[in-house]
Design a protein around this ligand. Structure first.
Ligand SMILES: *Cc1c(COP(=O)(O)O)cnc(C)c1O
Ligand code: SF4
Length: 347
């Protein structure tokens, strides 16, 4: 006689689990430094983790991004971008609260225009990840986002200015908004004849690639303008198979993919890291666009690379890579007519 315990288990029906929706993964982001460090086998004390910095700008990092960090490496370039540390609390001369003059360039609620032809919409203040070097750590978005009131003010400001031929969705991260909310904007913009291009700046295809779902692709595929999509990746290790798949899907709807990175001490400030970033981006169908000098906001001085070193690194990149793999090295200067190419100082 066969006992119940020895009987073969009844055949399990092979129902695949549905993939989690991006909103679920968004909510499951890590927020506690202790949990992040435990996942990596690291000690808080060795890393100078700071409660004061955490209180100023919370930790937030999607689990899929944590999975790309190296276990047991306190100098991991992805970890450094998200971990709140003591160095952020040191006041540094020349580092202010509104480093790039956003306050002065406001055109309407959530609409910033600094450069000819391009209106930038601060679509939302939310991001899936909190990057320690970001100016957003100080910006008050509560009443300043363009989505407020069904985008009405923002759309009216763009409609009223025929010199605007490109609308840029930025933030925060514009893809933090639900797709129907984004479609509400583009439906309203579709009636404005002087718009020729749409641009989206988002870190989500990299930090939460599941955001590039069927609903998003359907929306993008139906837009009436050519689309430039600028991802923000700072290190080659930010790419994995999920990110590659998300980027391939974006290319599949005709988006021109570009990368904008920030030059960050301890993250990507060496020739190997920068070359790898360009090569890995291109392998994923993304052309390097800008390499930015850091915006000088309070709390980020420990990430700064001085101009002389930045220029030397850039010269090494030019000597090493195909021309189209070399990003433009720029800085944003309040009051300028565009991003300013870095130049050797006259002295
Ligand atoms: C950076 C930026 C742009 C885009 O500049 P490009 O050089 O075209 O990439 C547009 N508007 C504002 C306010 C910006 O800060
Ligand atoms: S705006 Fe970009 S850089 Fe800043 S926190 Fe959000 S994702 Fe990071």
């Amino acid at each position: 006689m066969i006992t119940a315990a020895l009987a073969p288990a009844p055949q399990q029906s092979p129902i695949p689990l549905p993939a989690p929706r991006w909103q679920t993964l968004w909510r499951q982001a890590l927020r506690a430094p202790a949990e992040l460090l435990a996942a990596l086998g690291l000690e808080a004390a060795d890393l100078g983790v700071s409660d004061a910095a955490l209180a100023q700008f919370p930790l937030r990092v999607p689990r899929g991004f944590v999975a790309r960090m190296r276990h047991g490496d306190p100098a991991d370039p992805l970890l450094r971008q998200v971990l709140p540390v003591d160095a952020e609390m040191r006041l540094a001369p020349g580092f202010s609260l509104d480093a790039v003059g956003d306050g002065a360039a406001k055109k309407s609620t959530g609409v910033i225009q600094k450069y000819r032809g391009r209106a930038l919409l601060v679509a939302t203040g939310s991001c899936a990840i909190n990057c320690r070097y970001c100016f957003r750590r100080h910006f008050d978005y509560a009443g300043e986002n363009a989505a407020k009131g069904g985008w009405r003010e923002a759309v009216a400001a763009i409609a009223a200015d025929p010199t605007i031929d490109e609308v840029i969705l930025s933030g925060g991260d514009p893809l933090s908004l639900a797709t129907p909310k984004l479609a509400e904007l583009t439906d309203a913009l579709a009636g404005i004849p002087h718009i020729r291009r749409l641009r989206i700046h988002s870190r989500l295809p990299v930090v939460l690639p599941e955001r590039v779902d069927d609903e998003l692709l359907q929306w993008l595929a139906g837009l009436p303008w050519p689309l430039a999509f600028v991802i923000h990746a700072n290190h080659a290790n930010e790419f994995d198979a999920h990110v590659d798949a998300a980027l391939a899907r974006l290319r599949g709807v005709g988006a021109q993919l570009l990368n904008q990175a920030v030059l960050l001490r301890g993250v990507n400030d060496d020739i190997e890291a920068l070359a790898a970033l360009s090569e890995r981006s291109f392998a994923a169908g993304v052309l390097p666009y800008y390499l930015h000098q850091l915006d000088r906001v309070q709390g980020v001085a420990h990430f700064e690379v001085d101009d002389e070193r930045a220029l030397a690194l850039h010269a090494q990149l030019m000597a090493r890579l195909s021309g189209y793999l070399v990003p433009k090295l720029v800085r944003e200067v309040a009051g300028d007519t565009g991003k300013r190419p870095l130049q050797a100082s006259a002295s």
